[in-house]
Ligand binder design. Structure first.
Ligand code: NDP
Length: 449
């Protein structure tokens, strides 16, 4: 429970206004619990209503997205863009296409994005958007028509100096391509920096596809070395999800000497005691866009189990949740602890429930929050924008090296802030405080806006 009167008052007001937004309330409370350690040192924040302004998005856009399916039926989805905070740069954050998308989900993601972007040290504010459209099972033509309709409204709210969306769940290279094409057609300008995650032939950055998963492992390797004197070498790893983040987290941790034995999708998980064959997995997910159960049909010695949440019952040294919010609850955390797991590194945004975080931290496991350990994706989106601005492309190695350096710096910033807060090694406190202080300073300098 919050102790600080100012934070308590603001949180109660958020609860009153947004009682129907559970994910958003969860994200705000987690951040406030960390800010309790610094708020007393800054009486000027309360005077200028800093925290009240920080929790309120600068702008929320909600719109209709009509499109026609392959059978000629008209369908209508709901689109969102939450432009949360532009104190340190233009709004930046992904677009999510998934049936579970609603305003609460987009607000929690946008709120987290403010702190994440601040941690990257790049000049990017926080935003997020998406739709309850489900690309799964849709033809390419249907996805294209949906993306074109979505952009036909969104285009008026974005721009390389105002708001620059990217991908997230359900939005990969295909969707970004269709949206960029429609944006360019409407505005009649090639504004490369307006969307990131673009294809390599039209302004995309090498290593952007890999960046979130690779960055997660760079961060994790740094934390393991510094706080536990350990590495991925010889460790058994469980990675939930099998999308963009999970695939490249699995690839990088395998390169670093770990053995990934389980991965999942929203229906179930696969277990392969020999280590997941990533070439096979990439083929199933990237080329065939098939369910993960196909892996067990085709790889001898592997198993498929229904129910994605049971993946945490698989014994491992390191767990990397890379699917979606609240995918690991107290039961999952207890199973990991009972099996002797040493670390949980979040690849997804807010994948652990508050109860799971308390259990993981309370039992001495190393824990990193997604806003720090998955920041490599948006950091490399920032690098994509830099390349677009200077009209040059860096090599894969150059981008990867910059990403590696950024992740090391994010780890250091989180650790240093945890020490300053009197909680050395608490990377959740470190990430929230380090990310917030920079935004707070910028907001204070810019007056009440
Ligand atoms: P993808 O759409 O590529 O993959 C998502 C994966 O998670 C799929 O395997 C999907 O299974 C599974 N999944 C989705 N929803 C659920 C759910 N409710 N329960 C269980 N599994 C689920 O998305 P990304 O890999 O891009 O994103 C994964 C996470 O990482 C998200 O939290 C995202 O916000 C975060 N993230 C992504 C970044 C990026 O650069 N892409 C950057 C930073 C964070 P199925 O196919 O069955 O739906």
């Amino acid at each position: 429970m919050l102790q600080n009167e100012y934070l308590k008052r603001v949180y109660e007001e958020v609860q009153r206004r947004d009682s129907h937004e559970p994910e958003f309330l969860q994200a705000v409370l987690e951040v406030f619990e960390s800010l309790e350690l610094v708020v007393d040192k800054h009486p000027e924040w309360e005077k200028s209503g800093l925290i009240e302004r920080f929790v309120e998005p600068e702008r929320v856009v909600e719109f209709r997205v009509p499109w026609v399916d392959d059978n000629g039926n008209t369908r209508v989805n709901r689109g969102y863009r939450v432009q949360y905070n532009s104190a340190i740069g233009p709004y930046k954050g992904g677009l999510r296409f998934h049936p579970s998308v609603n305003l609460s989900v987009i607000k929690f993601l946008g709120f987290e994005q403010i702190l994440k972007n601040s941690l990257t040290t790049l000049p990017m504010g926080g935003g997020k958007g998406g739709s309850d459209f489900d690309p799964k099972g849709k033809s390419d033509g249907e996805v294209m028509r949906f993306c074109q309709s979505f952009m036909t409204e969104l285009y008026r709210h974005i721009g390389q100096f105002t708001d620059t969306p990217a991908g997230d769940i359900g939005v990969g290279a295909r969707e970004i391509g269709y949206m960029f094409g429609q944006y360019k057609r409407i505005v009649d300008r090639f504004d490369g920096g307006v969307l990131t995650g673009k294809g390599l032939t039209f302004g995309g950055s090498l290593a952007r596809t890999q960046a979130t998963g690779y960055g997660l492992c760079y961060f994790a390797a740094e934390a393991l070395k510094h706080l536990k004197g350990e590495s991925y070498e010889g460790k058994t790893v469980v990675v939930s999800g099998s999308g963009n983040v999970a695939q490249y987290a699995a690839e990088k941790c395998t390169q670093l000497g770990g053995k990934v034995v389980a991965m999942s999708d929203s229906q179930g998980y696969i277990y392969d005691p020999n280590g997941i064959d990533l070439k096979k997995l990439f083929d199933i997910k990237q080329r065939r866009r098939a369910r993960i159960s196909v892996y067990a049909d085709e790889v001898p010695g592997s198993e498929y189990h229904e129910g994605c949440r049971n993946i945490w019952n698989v014994k491992c040294d390191i767990a990397m949740p890379c699917a979606s919010q609240n995918e690991m609850d107290a039961e999952g955390a207890k199973a990991l602890i009972a099996n002797g797991c040493m670390a949980v590194f979040e690849g997804a945004n807010m994948p652990l429930t508050p109860e799971a975080i308390a259990l993981v931290q309370g039992n001495g496991l190393l824990y990193s929050p997604g806003k720090a350990s998955n920041a490599g994706g948006v950091a490399t989106s920032g690098l994509e924008m830099s390349q677009n601005s200077i009209r040059m492309s860096w090599s894969f190695e150059e981008v990867d090296e910059k990403l590696h350096g950024i992740m090391k710096n994010i780890y250091k910033a989180c650790y240093d802030a945890s020490v300053e807060c009197g909680r050395p090694g608490d990377l959740m406190v470190g990430a929230n405080v380090a990310g917030f202080l920079k935004v707070a300073e910028a907001m204070m300098a810019q007056g009440v806006v």
